[in-house]
Design a binder for this molecule. Structure first.
Ligand code: ADP
Length: 687
């Protein structure tokens, strides 16, 4: 009976509540704080909303790993819009789509917990009306605010031009923001502080022995490169004669020259396409990059981009340069990371008088009757139409198109079935080839569109370069699902990507015990309080960690990044011991790694509870497009007949021909600063 009465009370209450709703009687207003969680790009995101009189009045982030520069506009703008418009139908922020959804979803969940009418909040669409069309005048318009665009804008302003820079995304930076700090430059001074390894000496001797008639060199297709080989041999011979009596691995210093850098670009970028054609870098563009690599690096220093010459020596006791993955030679310099570099460049640009507009997308190049580029059309995020008239012209710096795998697939003649329209990408979402398409429309020629580079060591889940462990290419040990090495980790990126994509699910594993000298595991892998970045990766299920190999093998039975290879301790021990012996002998008899370092001192690790070892699952994802508009050494864009298109310059990933079929790791940043500067200076002087 009691049960019956309480059921009746419940039914009455529900009836009353429903009646309250349908009869338009005021329902009780909601007050208080409520939390909601949703999945973000980097981890869970939790928000706390304050509700007064059934309205969301405050949004506070309780847990948020997405604090970096890329998402800053989303983090500021979306909560403000939700509160202002009492709406959950908010537009996502360009370039931060996943984070935008995470914020909206977390607030939606908090609103549900509060008992707010979520459907009504979703119905409440915000109407955005474009402003009146506008016309802006300037000398130089730079389209794209990544590294190439910012260096072009700064250089043009330094030459006294009035400069406007427009950027499609909500923040500046493009892929240059996400890129590492690797910058290749031919730097004899740095090489002099290093010791040439025995493997490097063998490589140089191998170059001296090359026969120009060797069909593998493809001088029949690219005869202009023979001269570079001759130059390289002369450089090596001169180096040897200046260092008679010195021994590799002991007192022979490091070696580098523009011809060697160019030779690496050639051999690293010479590729056969599926269609049977061969592709290689344009020799004159490769020379421009190699010869100016150090000047541009020094210029970056002059404008305050802090650089380091690889302060911790890798192959000797003196400071020197390192080798980023796929660089083929230790000429990689480091400088401040993207999150610091881009705001700094933006500050310098503004100080030099560049006017910057974000969320402003270039849509069309304007051509006058004589065929000169005289400006561009653009559209702002609210739909406002802009016409930008230029006296000098436009610098295209809109980056590549790896954020659009369909476009990559359409042009592809390299990856075949290894590439699909669903292949993940390391890129900013805004890099969709806009500049290339605008260029094509006005008759610009394109080259190298058949190849896009994959970044072998990307997250298997997101495609990004996050959630994993990297180190110098010479020190990395890559294994397959059986715990065996399968490739020369010092090889070019496409070679690495192809070898790894041939494995089960295309997933491979990097063993990591820290960078640095043989047997000195990195401080960041220390015991229970190891570096928080590593700890977050372990806890986030991205990598496996163990204080010894038994623990590591055990950890690999649980899933990380969706895989659980379950390595045995024996597999790992065999592979590491074999690798260590190759480092000790400086000879990799399995894969012929030319520069081999990073032996893991298992005895040290296993007898010290406060150091450990990590395995990071990785998979190749789309990274950098080789193709783009054709330029000459002065960064002027050419048409199909090889003629200069007046008033149009281009620099960075939007261009083709610089890297041939594969870009060396560490050459992208060199490319954007070398050619960005050239484009900016020339656009300012209308050359
Ligand atoms: P690069 O390394 O060549 O400088 P990035 O990827 O770093 O290339 O930068 C290219 C920038 O160009 C990105 O920030 C991207 O958002 C921007 N961009 C792409 N398309 C357009 C466009 N249509 N208008 C303005 N900016 C664009």
């Amino acid at each position: 009976m009691k049960k019956f009465i309480s059921l009746l009370i419940c039914i009455c209450m529900i009836t009353l509540m429903l009646a309250g709703c349908t009869n338009d009687q005021p329902t009780a207003l909601i007050h208080g704080s409520y939390e909601g969680t949703a999945a973000g790009m980097q981890g869970p995101m939790t928000v706390k909303i304050a509700v007064e009189d059934s309205k969301i009045t405050e949004i506070e982030f309780i847990e948020n790993s997405e604090t970096d520069y890329v998402v800053k506009v989303a983090i500021e703008r979306i909560p403000a819009q939700i509160i202002e418009h009492q709406s959950l139908a908010i537009e996502t922020v360009t370039g931060a789509t996943l984070t935008s959804f995470a914020i909206i979803n977390a607030v939606t969940n908090a609103a549900k917990n509060a008992g707010l009418d979520v459907d009504a909040l979703k119905q409440n669409k915000i109407v955005v009306t474009p402003k009146e069309p506008q016309t802006w005048d300037t000398d130089v318009l730079v389209m794209g605010g990544g590294g190439a665009g910012l260096s072009a804008a700064i250089s043009a302003a330094e030459e006294g031009a009035r400069v406007i820079l427009i950027e499609k995304g909500s923040v500046l930076g493009g892929n240059t923001l996400l890129a590492g700090a690797a910058y290749n430059a031919v730097d004899v001074e740095a090489q002099n502080q290093m010791i040439l390894t025995r493997g490097q000496k063998d490589t140089l001797d191998g170059y001296l022995a090359l026969d120009p008639n060797d069909p593998n060199l493809k001088f029949d297709v690219f005869p202009e490169w023979e001269e570079v080989l001759t130059e390289l041999k002369a450089d090596i011979n001169e180096f040897y004669s200046n260092n008679i009596g010195k021994k590799a691995g002991e007192d022979l210093p490091g070696f580098d020259s523009s011809a060697l850098h160019m030779w690496h670009m050639y051999t690293g970028g010479l590729r056969e396409l599926i269609n049977g054609n061969w592709i290689a870098p344009e020799v004159h563009l490769a020379r421009q990059l190699a010869v100016h690599s150090l000047d541009a690096f020094k210029w970056m220093g002059e404008i305050g981009l802090e650089a380091s010459y690889g302060a911790d020596a890798k192959y000797g006791d003196a400071p020197g340069t390192g080798t980023v993955l796929g660089a083929m030679w230790p000429r990689t310099h480091n400088f401040m990371s993207g999150a610091l570099r881009i705001p700094h460049l933006a500050k310098v640009a503004e100080e030099k008088g560049v006017t910057i507009y974000t969320e402003t997308k270039g849509t069309e190049l304007l051509v006058d009757a004589s065929g000169k580029i005289v400006g561009a059309k653009a559209e702002q995020i609210d739909g406002t139409q802009i016409t930008i008239n230029t006296t000098n012209g436009v610098v295209l710096a809109t980056g590549g198109y790896c954020a659009d795998p369909t476009m990559v697939k359409e042009y592809d003649s390299y990856w075949g079935d290894d590439l699909t329209t669903r292949t993940l990408s390391t890129n900013m979402g805004t890099n969709t080839g806009d500049g290339i398409l605008m260029g094509l429309k006005i008759g610009a020629a394109v080259s190298g569109m058949e190849v896009a580079q994959m970044m072998p060591s990307s997250s298997p889940v997101k495609g990004t370069m996050t959630d994993g462990i990297w180190s110098d290419a010479a020190e990395q040990i890559w294994i397959d699902g059986e715990g065996n090495r399968f490739v020369n980790e010092y090889a070019e990126r496409d070679v690495l990507a192809k070898a790894s994509l041939a494995l089960d699910n295309g997933i491979f594993y990097i063993i990591y015990a820290g960078r640095g000298d043989i047997g000195k595991p990195d401080q960041q892998l220390k015991g229970s309080d190891y570096n928080p970045r590593v700890a977050a990766m372990v806890e986030g299920g991205h990598v496996w960690y163990g204080k010894n190999l038994a623990e590591l093998a055990e950890a690999s039975k649980t899933s990380a990044a969706g895989v659980a290879p379950a390595f045995t301790e024996e597999q790992l021990r065999n592979t590491i011991e074999k690798y260590n012996s190759y480092v000790a002998n400086q000879k990799d008899v399995d894969f012929h790694k030319e520069v081999i370092a990073g032996a893991i001192d298992l005895e040290y690790i296993e007898s010290n509870d406060d150091v450990g070892i990590i395995i990071s699952p990785r998979k190749a994802s789309l990274h950098h497009t080789m193709g783009g508009v054709v330029i000459d050494v002065e960064s002027r864009v050419l048409d199909g007949g090889g003629n200069i298109i007046p008033g149009l310059w281009a620099a960075g990933e939007v261009t083709g021909g610089v890297h041939g079929g594969n870009r060396l790791g560490g050459n992208a940043i060199t490319d954007i600063f070398v050619f960005g500067r050239i484009a900016g200076i020339n656009a300012a002087s209308r050359n």
